[in-house]
Every structure is written in C-alpha cells, then in structure tokens.
Design a protein around this ligand. Structure first.
Ligand SMILES: NC(=O)c1ccc[n+]([C@@H]2O[C@H](COP(=O)([O-])OP(=O)(O)OC[C@H]3O[C@@H](n4cnc5c(N)ncnc54)[C@H](OP(=O)(O)O)[C@@H]3O)[C@@H](O)[C@H]2O)c1
Length: 455
C-alpha cells in the first residue's frame, strides 16, 4: 500500500486556498487517494453573493471531481467549509470554529495567496505605501514575489518548533496526468497567454526565445506537496526544507519551443471566433516591442472597435487589448530571465518514496513529454476554460480561412492606397512605377513573340 495515502487516511486536514487552482487539485487528489481521511476543513470567504456551501457545491460538481465522486460518494460530508478571511485579525474565524480547528487538525496545507503580481501592500495609508513600495521591494519585480519572500521568513521564524516544509513551484500550468490531462480552470499566466494567442489577440511578445520556460504541471506540484507533507511529518527533518518544484533543471524547454508547440496545436484544435489568425513572434528590444504593439495589437483593436461602433455595437476590443498588454508587461520579467533552481531536496524526497508512491505521487518531471503536455494543455484550455465543443472545430477552421482572406484583402488595399498616394506626390515613385510597367510590358511582348515563333 502507498505510505503517503496511508498517512493521510484518518487525518483531519486543513486547507487554505482550497477554492483556488492548486487548492482544488490538492483536495481532489487527497480524496481520490485517501478516501478514508476523516475530514478536510477549508477556509473559505463568501464571494460573489455565494454562501460557503454554494462554493463547495460548485467545486464538487465540477469536472475535476468526477472521479472522486465515484470513489468517495460521501465526499460532500467530509468537507467542512469554515468562514474565514486571511486578511482579517485571527483570519476572521469565529471562536467556536477556531477551537474546533485547534483541537482537531493534524495537517495544514497553506495555499491561499493573492496571485496578482501588482497588488498593493496593505499595511499603511495608500499614499505612503505607494511611495515606499519601490524601496521595499528593491530588486524584486513586483509585490507578489516580495510578499512571498516575507511569508517564507515568517514561516521559518514562527514555525521553528513545528514540522514545516515550503514548496516553491515555478509557473504552474494545467495538469499533466491527473485526474486527467490538461485540466485547468484559471486564466493566470500561461493559460491566459494561450487564450490570447489562440484567439488572435496576442501576436507578439517581448521575450527571450531561448530563456527557460519553467512551467510545472499542477498535479506535479500537488504530488510533491503531499509527499513533502508525509516526509515532514514522518521523518521530521531537523530544519525547514524548501522544495523547488520546477522543470528547468531536469527537463528544460525554452519559450521558443513552447511557443511553436502551442501554435502547432492551434492548427489541429483552433479556438472558436478568433479575432485574428493565431501567429506570434518574439521581440527582444523595447523599440520593436513598441512597434509591434502598435501595429499588431493596438491598431487592429482600434479598427475593429470603429467597425463595431459603425455597426451599432459596443466597442470592446481596445479595452480587452489594453488588459492583455498590462498582463504581458507583468509577465515580461519572467519570460526574459532564466533561473537555476536546486532540486536537491526534491530529488532526495523522490528517493525516499516507495516504488508504489513514486508511481502514485509522481513528481518526476523528467518523464514529461513537452509536445504531448502542450497539446493537452491547449485542448484543456479549449474544453475547461473556454467551454468550447470539439464539434465546432470545422467551423472554427472556416472562420480562420475567412480571416486569412480578409487579411490578404486588407493588405492589398492598404498597399494600393499607399502606392497611389506616393505616386501622386513623389516623382521617384512615378519613375519606379513607369520602370515596372515598361519592364512588365517588355517581358509580355517577349513572351508573346517567343510563343509565336514556336508555331
Ligand atoms: N499558479 C501559479 O503559477 C503559482 C506559482 C507559484 C506559486 N503559486 C502559489 O501557489 C498557491 C496557490 O496558487 P493558485 O494558483 O491556486 O492561486 P489561486 O487560484 O488564485 O487561488 C488562491 C486561493 O487563495 C484564496 N485567498 C486569497 N486571498 C484570501 C483571503 N484573504 N482569505 C481567504 N482566502 C484567500 C482564494 O480564495 P477565493 O476563491 O475566495 O478568491 C483562492 O482559494 C499560492 O500560494 C501561490 O502563490 C502559484
């Protein structure tokens, strides 16, 4: 039997961030592999008019939990949502709930975080914060990485007497294998970029093509997390171990290769109702980046919005485009640098697992085939995020053909207009035009003469 699965069985587990991307994959795997676990407490904040129960209901009724409901039909009875907001004093947890948590919890997984890169720091008055933020974050690219580092310091200081482990994933993408390949449900990072590229919004990006695209599948992160939880509790290492859950060292793939795989997959599974045909290039200087942003992003958006306005509809593409450009600028730091992460602890952990656990909680990213993973990722984005039906693929292809024809027509029209203006105003253009016409005429006359000779 799996030692890890046995460890979590009959345990009371507390998860923060269980309504998030990784939290859901964590909860799913726990129920699937240790259906006998006692209870999972999840700290949830009421959101968008939904009660806690409604939020849990929504998670359990999602595609992600299909397998769990077969294995563990009473799963809904084993989840206890607790109202909490981690920004509040004592996390906004009631006294009774806090007592229950303190007396029953065996294992805690802390996954909650705000993953927006530019969230303001919240300790002081806004004006003061705005002023001191650049000094506080120093060389770090954003407040996200800064607060992550602070969080780790607090954990190491305050958790010195506890069995604690820290997992540091790189850029988390869709699932690789479990519960099925390509599952994803949030737009952050690579998933948002895949949508933007597949729908034809993202046509160029300032990135270093040969920099490492350190993507790591969500299920790999969760398998490592569960293995680290088991190891920390059972083997009790003397210090807090940090596990880097990354792919760059063990199975590197660069942005160029990844981008090409993504574009190739769009040929097979195009997204519906694309704005333009998927095509993307890398820019490496600020000048070319500004140029392509103006030509490939802003100009088509403005033209399309004018068209929408003229046809009595509400313009929306420029707004979408601006949002995308903001997202790209936030990701810029991460697609232009490569990092080398030590995988010493991760490899040590792998070596401590039984063969059964290595299979059941696989986090050996060396086995990952990028081409296959990217294909499943794009498919997952189409199915689970965009909710597009595979039956719509022929129509999506037709739509792309129409866009290609419009693109050609537009280019020809633009060329003719510019040429006409040049001829009207510039003697040199008229000379070139005269030269081309004369040359074509001579060529045609020669061609006609030589075919007459043959007869
Ligand atoms: N995704 C990545 O690429 C990546 C990479 C490296 C590290 N990580 C880390 O992995 C962890 C999980 O990330 P994720 O991708 O799953 O993020 P996510 O999908 O945005 O989920 C964040 C979770 O935190 C909860 N949360 C945020 N603020 C809260 C608050 N004040 N009180 C209570 N709950 C709160 C959210 O609750 P609501 O549902 O109510 O919003 C949600 O459940 C985070 O620590 C993140 O920094 C993620």
């Amino acid at each position: 039997m799996s030692m890890i699965a046995a460890f979590y069985s009959s345990k009371s587990i507390l998860i923060t961030g269980a309504t998030g991307f990784l939290g859901k994959v964590l909860m799913e795997k726990l129920f699937r592999t240790s259906p006998d676990l006692k209870i999972i407490y999840i700290l949830v904040r009421p959101k968008a008019g939904q009660t806690l129960q409604q939020r849990v209901f929504q998670i359990l009724n999602s595609k992600l939990f299909e397998k769990v409901k077969e294995i563990c039909p009473d799963v809904h009875e084993k989840i206890r949502p607790i109202s909490a907001d981690l920004n509040q004093h004592d996390f906004g947890i009631s006294k009774e709930d806090m007592e229950e948590l303190l007396s029953s919890t065996n294992v805690i997984f802390h996954c909650a975080a705000t993953v927006r890169f530019d969230d303001p720091l919240r300790w002081l008055d806004d004006a003061i914060i705005d002023e001191i933020t650049p000094k506080l974050i120093g060389d770090r690219p954003n407040t996200y990485t800064y607060t992550k580092a602070l969080g780790e310091i607090v954990v190491q200081q305050e958790g010195a007497n506890m069995n604690v482990a820290i997992i540091r994933p790189s850029i988390v993408g869709a699932t690789w294998q479990e519960p099925f390949p390509g599952w994803v449900d949030n737009l952050n990072g690579p998933s948002g970029m895949i949508i933007a590229a597949g729908k034809g919004f993202l046509r160029s990006i300032k990135a270093t093509p040969l920099a490492i695209a350190d993507l790591i599948p969500a299920d790999t992160v969760i398998n490592l997390t569960l293995a680290a939880g088991w190891y920390t509790a059972v083997h009790r290492p003397k210090s807090t171990l940090i596990y880097h859950c990354t792919s760059g060292n063990l199975n590197p793939c660069n942005w160029l290769k990844m981008g090409l795989h993504v574009l190739e997959t769009f040929e097979k599974v195009p997204f519906e109702k694309a704005f333009r045909r998927p095509k993307a290039n890398f820019t490496t200087t600020s000048f070319t980046n500004h140029y392509w942003n103006a030509v490939s992003h802003r100009a088509p958006a403005v033209i399309y919005d004018i068209y929408l306005r003229l046809t009595g509809r509400k313009p929306r593409v420029t707004k979408l485009m601006n949002r995308m450009l903001r997202m790209l600028s936030m990701l810029e730091y991460f697609v232009n640098h490569s990092w080398e992460w030590s995988t010493h602890n991760t490899e040590m952990l792998m070596s401590m697992l039984s063969p059964e656990d290595q299979r059941m909680f696989n986090f050996d990213v060396r086995q990952l085939n990028w081409l296959e993973y990217i294909e499943n990722y794009v498919l997952g984005v189409k199915k689970y995020l965009l909710k597009e039906d595979m039956a719509g693929i022929p129509e999506a292809r037709q739509h792309l053909k129409r866009l290609r024809n419009i693109h050609y027509l537009f280019n020809v029209a633009l060329f003719l207009i510019i040429w006409r203006l040049l001829i009207a105003r510039w003697q040199m253009a008229r000379n070139i035009w005269f030269f081309i016409v004369t040359y074509c005429f001579k060529f045609l006359s020669y061609f006609r003469a030589s075919s007459t000779l043959k007869f």
